[in-house]
Design a binder for this molecule. Structure first.
Ligand code: GLU
Length: 502
């Protein structure tokens, strides 16, 4: 029988969550949902030097915001806990020692000074098959010397002994057969002097212990794969090894290299899912959420970075992605990130949603801008009227502010050069007899009065819009007037006439 599908997202809590990381989480999640499997969050925090306070909670918040909440995680443990590697520390050493007794690993006692000296002596020094016999380790020392050093608690690490001149093969679900020559692989540290495993040992021990069936991760981990494959073999667990899938890189907009946070800073777009505050420096890096992206649009955009359903369709809800996702349709080639395209997704999502989905987010944006919304039904009507004009959620503020307060400023330059006493009289007369039952009737009345007074209605539309809105934008001006109501529309006409006359 096939193994039950269990996949894991295994981030290290070191800072903001890059969109590539979210995509890895998303593909894991989609694969789990599609196959009635379990999506696990495992926190890989064995590197105490890189550990950053608050980063784990932030990652959890990002996943929740995206709607891809793990089935098992540190906060919601299943039967395979703990879900933080630091809490699993006691489980790793025995495997490192087993590897030593089976001849697949060795103790290394080299000090930092020893290693620095070697690096000076040998350019591009790698601790591996070419150099290991020149170093201070259990391959070069006698058994009793090693025993003495261990008894004296001499600081040491445990390294894998990568075999000489072998080819390590594995099948990658995206790339097919992948092979590595072991002569190019160094003897990675498995267990550090502080007793913590390195990522390489921990990832294998935990994928086995957590019965992970498929390991999806970024292509940047491909060079580490031979070490992991060897460990699965050396620990005698080959039959339980997960299927591998190394996801294509997300590339810079020009396609040259992996997209980094620095590219975002340089080109003015977010790279993190949500804003991240560096706890040491206090520096804030803005995320997609805070830029005004809807989570639906963000994950839709991410899913299509390196995957498609085989048609030209680009808009998918999470539910649809859960049904359609397949590894076969993940491409090998890197996917270029395009911020304009990301915004296009958001625009499409805003347009397709009803006011009930958008109201809370829009209200929050308005409140941030100091606009209190008192009437939720009014807000919903406004949203439906202007959403087609909004790409990012904060656009709702600029596009709807005039519904909540009379314009503080007017685009007078667009009106004044052609403003006349006759036009002022027209608007006074129009305001005097104003009825606003619906936009069509109001427009007909406006046009009839304009013609009666000898105007082309076109020359009066722009001043009317600027009276109500302040500028040359917005939906149909009669729709706006109807929503504002007779009293408010009149008041705005009167106020603006005074400004245009002055
Ligand atoms: N801890 C690794 C990371 O930070 C996980 C790589 C893997 O999934 O094997 O991305």
């Amino acid at each position: 029988m096939d193994k039950k599908v269990r996949v894991r997202f295994a981030p290290s809590p070191t800072g903001g969550l890059h969109l590539g990381g979210v995509r890895t989480a998303l593909f894991n999640y989609l694969f789990a949902r599609k196959n009635n499997g379990t999506f696990v969050l495992r926190v890989e925090d064995t590197d105490q030097n890189r550990f950053v306070e608050g980063a784990e909670e932030y990652i959890v918040n990002c996943l929740n915001w995206c709607g891809i909440t793990p089935d098992e995680s540190p906060n919601n443990p299943g039967a395979y806990g703990p879900y933080r590697q630091s809490e699993r520390k006691p489980s790793y050493r025995k495997f490192a020692e087993q590897l030593i007794s089976d001849g697949y690993a060795y103790y290394a006692f080299d000090t930092t000074e020893d290693l620095d000296a070697k690096r000076k002596e040998i350019p591009n020094f790698q601790y591996g098959q070419a150099t290991r016999m020149q170093m201070r380790n259990s391959l070069t020392l006698t058994i009793s010397e090693v025993e003495e050093l261990l008894a004296a608690k001499t600081p040491h690490v445990i390294r894998i002994k990568v075999p000489t001149d072998e080819i390590v093969h594995f099948n990658d679900l995206i790339r097919g057969d992948v092979s590595f020559e072991t002569s190019l692989v160094d003897d990675k540290v498995l267990l550090k002097a502080d007793g913590m495993p390195t990522y390489h040992l921990a990832v294998v021990v935990d994928d086995k212990a957590m019965e992970i069936s498929h390991a999806f991760r970024g292509e940047e981990w491909l060079p580490s794969a031979p070490v992991h494959i060897l460990l699965w073999k050396y620990l005698g667990w080959e039959a339980d090894m997960p299927a591998w899938a190394h996801l294509p890189l997300i590339l810079k907009p020009d396609g040259h290299g992996k997209l980094s946070k620095r590219d975002g800073d340089r080109l003015g777009f977010p790279v993190y899912a949500m804003s991240w505050t560096d706890p040491k420096t206090g520096d804030v890096t803005k995320g997609f959420k805070e830029m005004g992206f809807m989570p639906e649009a963000f994950i839709n955009m991410l899913a299509l970075l390196g995957w498609n359903d085989g048609t030209d369709e680009e808009l998918f809800s999470l539910k649809e992605l859960e049904e359609k996702f397949s590894i076969e349709r993940i491409s090998k080639a890197g996917a270029k990130f395009d911020f304009e395209k990301a915004k296009w997704y958001n625009h499409e999502w805003i347009k397709s949603q009803g006011a009930e989905r958008l109201a809370a987010s829009v209200k929050a944006e308005l409140e941030k801008a100091g606009i209190e919304v008192e009437d939720d039904a009014f807000l919903s009507t406004v949203i439906d009227l202007i959403k087609d004009r909004c790409t990012l959620l904060p656009d709702f503020v600029a596009q709807s502010g005039y519904f909540f307060a009379s314009p503080a400023e007017y685009d007078v330059n667009s009106v004044k050069p052609k403003w006349t006493v006759e036009k002022a009289d027209f608007f006074k007369a129009f305001a005097g007899g104003l009825t606003l039952t619906d936009a069509v009737t109001a427009e007909a009345a406006f046009k009839a009065l304009a013609e009666e007074k000898g105007f082309k209605p076109g020359e009066l539309m722009l001043p009317f819009r600027i009276m109500l809105v302040g500028g040359k934008f917005g939906p149909g001006v009669f729709d706006i007037a109807v929503l504002l109501g007779v009293e408010e529309t009149k008041a705005r006409i009167v106020k603006a006439i005074a400004v245009f006359n002055s």
